[in-house]
Structures are given as C-alpha cells and as structure tokens.
Write a protein that binds this ligand. Structure first.
Ligand code: WT7
Length: 656
C-alpha cells in the first residue's frame, strides 16, 4: 500500500472490526470491561485464581503511594506455578517448548514433564553451589532451553534472577552484577548467530575482574569453543547439573517475595534495577497472556520472538505462557539465520498460531520483501502482536496483509519493564483495531493522558501517559534506591505513575502512543538513555564533550546521533576524522552493546549551550532531524548551531 493510499484508507474506514467468528470464541467477552470497572481490585483477586497457592491470600491490595502490596498474606512458589502444577494435572506429556536452534534442522522438544525434571536438577545444582533464598543470581545466556530452566530454578529456590541480555558488554554486565550484588552467574561458553559461534564466557571473565563477591559461575557448553577456567569458581553445567536428582521439594514464599530484577535505561547514565515481586507479577503476566493473546492451552502454539534478556521474554516466553500451560516456540537465531525466510519456515513447520514481535523486526522483514512469507504456508496463524515502540501504520498494514493473511487481529501492546506486563492493548474479538494505535487500557488498568498541569486531555488532544491506579505487576521499585523510584515515576504528577511516554486520544477517545518524551531513546525497541551513551563517549581519551540525541530512522525507529568535541588539536582532527569517528563508534559498542553504536557521529569544535551552560539538546535534535531550527535566543553563541548544521552532511553515516 502506498503512503497516499494508506492515508486515504485511514481517512475512510479507520478501523478493522473484529470478525464475528473470532468474537464468538474469544476468551475476553465485552462484559469484562464493565466487570473490571465496577471493582478493579475484586477483578484482580479473581484473576489471581489462575495461580496455585500454597496459602490463599485473604488480602488483595494495600496501597501506600507509591508502594503497593498485592495478595500479601498469600504464599506460593513461582516455579511450581509454571511447571509442577501442569504435571500434577496430568499434562506432563504436553509440549512446553519446541526449541529451534540457529542452525536449520536442529531442535529439541521439551514437555512439561521434562521441564519439571530439568528445573529440579538445576535447583539442586544451584543449592549445591550455595544459592539460597534471597540471593541474587546473574543470568547471561543465549536463547537456549537452559536459560528458561535456570530462571525457573532460581525462583524455585526463592532466589532472585537478574537476566542480563547476552548482547551486553562485560562492562554492562559487571555494573549490573555489582549494583545488586549478585554472588552467582549462570552463562554459556558462547552463542550461535547465523551459524557463527560468538563468545560469552570471556565477557563474564572480564566482568568478574571487578566483582570479587561472585562465588560461583555455572557454564553451559553450547558452542564448544575454548574457554578459560577459574578453578573452584567455574563449573560446567553438564558436570554438576546432569548428575542431580530429578526431584526437588519446593519451599513456598510470601506473595511479595522479590522474584527478579531487570535493568533498564533511565535518563541518567546508571541503569535502573527494576524489581518485581512474585504473586502480583505472575497474576498479571498470566491474565494478560490469556486475554490479549486469546490463548487456548489445548490448541495454540505461541511464539514470542524476543530474547529472555528483556522483560518481553520474561513475561511472554517464560512466566505468562507457562502458567497458562501452553505450547511455545523458542528460537535461538536471528530472523535471517539460514535465509530470509527462516521465520516463515518455522511458522509453517510448527504450525504457530500466535506471533508476537517488535515493529523494528516487522520493518526489516518488510524490507526483505513479501516473496519470503509468500513462499510458505502461514495459514496456522490466528493472531499477531507487536510491542516495543509505536508501530507505523504502514508496517502494521504489511504485517496484517502479508503475515496475517488479512484475517488475524493485531494486538499493539503498550507496556514497560516497570509495568511488568501489558497495560494497553486492543482485546481480540472485542476491540476494532486501528493501524498504529494501542487503543485502550486493559480491564482492571487505569490510564489517563494529561497535560502539563496533570489535567486529563480531551479527545483529539495529546499529552503525557500516566497510570492512575496501582496494578498487580507494577514494579515494587528500583533495587536499593526507593528515593530514585519516587522521583522518577511519582513526582512529575503527584499520585500518578508517569510512564515517560507521550500519547494522544483520537476523536473516538482511543489511545495512540507517540514515543518517549524524556532523554530515553528507543533503538529497535531497546531502551537506551542519551546520558549513558554520552558517558561512554566521554570515557574515550580523545573525547572532551559529547551530546547524544535520538533521530528518526526508517528501520530502527530511532537511531543514535552523537555530537562530539575532541581533545585533539584541530590539525590532528582534520587528518583523522573518519578514523576517529569509527573508533568512537566501536568504543561505544564495546562499552555498552552493539545496539548503542551511534549511526552518526558529528565532530564539532563546540556544542550549543544555554547561558547557564546546559547543552541544548532540543536544537541538536532539530539538527539531527534536519528540521527548521526553533528558538535560539537563550543560546550562548548562536553561530554554533549554523556551524553544526553545516557539519551534518560530512558526518559518518555508516551502517549499524
Ligand atoms: C518503552 C518501554 C514492554 C516490552 C518492550 C520494551 C515503548 C513499548 C510500545 C507500544 C508504543 C511502546 C514505550 C515504553 N513501547 N511498547 N506498543 N507502542 N511504544 O520495554 O524496554 O521497558 O521500554 O517502550 O516508549 O515506555 P522497555
């Protein structure tokens, strides 16, 4: 569809009504909104019956802004809820995961019965290594079944996992280990990407040089590459886990027991350790998975194409789907491992019914062309989902037509690491969908869009997205820093959770997300703060000062543009520009992650600053987007901006 055609279409029809067939069999029926509106707390108490309790809660919500407790006098075990309960119910032979390797032809089928044994063995091994209730365990692993097994084994023991995305650098890993004082690390020798083994264990070795409290490292052999070994500290998974008993008697923990920490970027250089507790998190992960994806445990094959290193993987590859007892696909590789039609082959082979992915991936698949999905039978699909950033209507339409055969509802799900589970989304079978809109708060969730003064905006107006009532899977805070938690989320609009996103209500009152309004960038659905990247740049000896902004990018949503002043003399700069730029790009990738590599670095003798010395990012953003420059009257030296605009064309715009 051309852009003009799309515009015309949006003007004319604007939405897709749910099909009557889908509506009839949908898990969510229209009365769900009225029921939840009437008494949201009672609604969530009922949803908590999706969990198996060792001790049923009698309390539902205790709310002391901004600290919530849900189901606080209940007791349960997260891993029993995900695994043992299904085996006890006679579903031990049901497939939990079809694990698909990076290499074509390699796969593993893991039933709920298998998973129970694997988790028991891993829990016994972690106990042998000294892991106890409350201990923090860092998980730095590729997308292999052992990663899920490890997470479940950790929470089974009442310990706390902190999964760090395998693409993060040794520096990023060590700062996360130190921040929450993890004493154990689970990793692998390496990971496969498009058939090539890339190392993981060396990054752990490097990170641990600055983490003296780490007592034990458990290492899965995945690639067979050579690794260095620290005797007494390092243990092979196959040597210590495989010999353990396949039985493990669980303990039970209070609902508010801390379950995991997930680091995410805020507006400062230091990532925030967002932590979640057990029962509220599990309740909302399972409930949203059930209603938003409309899952039928006996029929569906769900594929969340994300990494367990992000919250999406936690909630919709591990906890939500396992509680609901569904069968899933877990894929190790990249979308083009083995060819640009790899995803469609997987869907055809395993008859996937539900696919959940991110706009940036959809745009990549779209760029590769529709001949790839066309060459496979995708008729098993019945629902599509998207998450991570606002989806542009064109990508939404492409997804609908080429992947969903124009018959699958699309759920555009807005949520965050902090919210733990989906907050805004259409409900399939009920909500007429619009390309690019997250539409509505889910039943039991209260969101609003407010202006600068905190007043609700009317239809057709934009503002800030806030959440006005507590929800079960809300983060219980920033690990070790309650003040920062209050300040970041609860001070902008007192009593309301400030998400950091801009949003608008259309003329029908439906919600459209407009992207971050703070200094957080969204690169391919990954959050990075401008300061974090500036910090990395300034950490390079050649750099005097750096200012980073996010600029729109056709593929990655946003891309990083950095304005840098060097310590080198003008002469040196002239000679070495291209080399310096390349070195800085590599440096940032190494310090943070390849995701953070700037698309463009502009070397400039000066940065535009206000009279009080603040860098004027708004101006730089305008420069990076080639927009007309706004007000420059507060600028110390207005000629700086013209100079920088002039330099833009000469910057490096190498590929990511
Ligand atoms: C930020 C949260 C939730 C898992 C993935 C990202 C953006 C997320 C949408 C959506 C528009 C979205 C927001 C949000 N975002 N989903 N459907 N439409 N924007 O988790 O790393 O915590 O990032 O991602 O800006 O604040 P995260």
């Amino acid at each position: 569809m051309t852009e003009a055609k799309l515009e015309a279409w949006l003007e004319e029809t604007r939405s897709f009504a749910p099909s009557p067939e889908f509506a009839k069999q949908a898990n969510a029926q229209p009365s769900i909104y009225a029921e939840a509106d009437a008494d949201p707390v009672a609604f969530w108490r009922k949803q908590a019956d999706r969990l198996v309790w060792h001790k049923e809660p009698t309390k539902t919500l205790e709310w002391d802004i901004p600290f919530a407790k849900w189901f606080s006098d209940g007791e349960l075990n997260a891993s029993v809820n995900c695994v043992d309960r299904h085996v006890a119910a006679g579903k031990g032979d049901k497939v939990a995961y079809y694990w698909v390797a990076d290499a074509e032809g390699e796969s593993r089928t893991i039933t709920y019965g298998d998973l129970q044994k694997l988790v028991a063995q891993a829990a016994n091994a972690l106990t042998e290594l000294g892991v106890k209730k409350g201990d923090r365990v860092a998980v730095y692993m590729p997308m292999i079944p052992e990663a899920v097994v490890t997470m479940l084994a950790i929470v089974r023991l009442g310990a706390v996992h902190s999964v760090v995305f395998g693409g993060f650098s040794a520096d990023a890993l060590s700062s996360r280990i130190l921040d929450s004082d993890c004493q154990f690390v689970v990793t692998a020798d390496g990971a496969y990407r498009r058939g090539t083994a890339s190392p993981l264990k060396p990054a752990v070795d490097e990170a641990l040089k600055s983490c003296p409290n780490v007592k034990a490292v458990l290492v899965v052999k995945r690639t067979g590459s050579d690794v260095e070994w620290v005797k007494g500290r390092d243990h092979w998974w196959h040597e210590i886990v495989d010999k353990q008993s396949t039985e493990h008697t669980p303990e039970f923990f209070p609902s508010e027991h801390t379950m995991f920490i997930m680091y995410t970027s805020g507006t400062t250089a230091k990532p925030k350790g967002i932590f979640h507790t057990t029962a509220g998190y599990l309740t909302q992960a399972a409930t949203t998975h059930y209603y938003v994806f409309d899952v039928k445990a006996d029929k569906d094959i769900c594929w969340t194409a994300a990494d367990i290193g992000w919250i999406t993987g936690h909630s919709y590859i591990v906890y939500g789907p396992l509680i609901n007892g569904v069968t899933q696909i877990m894929y190790e590789g990249l979308p083009d491992s083995g060819g640009k039609d790899r995803w469609w082959k997987i869907i055809e082979q395993f008859k996937a019914t539900i696919l959940y992915t991110a706009p940036t991936t959809i745009r990549t698949l779209m760029k590769w062309g529709e001949e790839f999905p066309k060459s496979h039978d995708l008729s098993s699909l019945r629902l599509l989902g998207t998450v991570g950033e606002p989806i542009n209507p064109e990508a939404w339409m492409w997804y609908r037509e080429n992947i969903g055969g124009s018959r699958c509802p699309i759920v555009d799900t807005w949520w965050q690491t902090e919210t733990g589970a989906i907050m805004c989304s259409p409900l399939p079978g009920i909500t007429a969908t619009k390309p690019g809109a997250a539409m509505k708060a889910l039943p039991g969730i209260s969101v609003d869009i407010v202006d600068n003064d905190g007043n609700s905006v009317g239809n057709g107006e934009g503002g800030y997205l806030v959440i006005t009532q507590p929800w079960p899977s809300m983060t219980r805070g920033i690990y070790g820093d309650p003040e920062r938690f209050k300040e970041t989320y609860w001070s902008r609009f007192p009593g309301k959770y400030f998400a950091g996103d801009g949003a608008k209500r259309d003329d029908d009152g439906d919600i459209w997300l407009l992207g971050r309004i703070d200094d957080v960038m969204n690169i391919s659905g990954h959050r990075l703060s401008t300061t974090e990247v500036e910090h990395a740049l300034v950490g390079h000896p050649a750099v005097a000062e750096a200012a980073v902004v996010g600029a729109s990018d056709d593929l990655t949503g946003q891309a990083i543009v950095a304005f840098v002043t060097l310590r080198l003399s003008a002469d040196e700069q002239m000679q070495d520009q291209a080399a310096v730029i390349e070195e800085l790009r590599v440096h940032v990738a190494k310090v943070i992650s390849p995701i953070a590599r700037p698309r463009q670095i502009i070397l400039t003798p000066e940065l535009p600053k206000t009279r009080s010395g603040k860098i004027m990012r708004r101006l730089l953003r305008d420069v990076a987007e080639n927009r007309q420059l706004g007000d420059v009257t507060t600028l110390m030296d207005p000629t700086v901006v013209n100079m920088i605009s002039g330099l833009m064309g000469s910057g490096d715009d190498g590929d990511q």
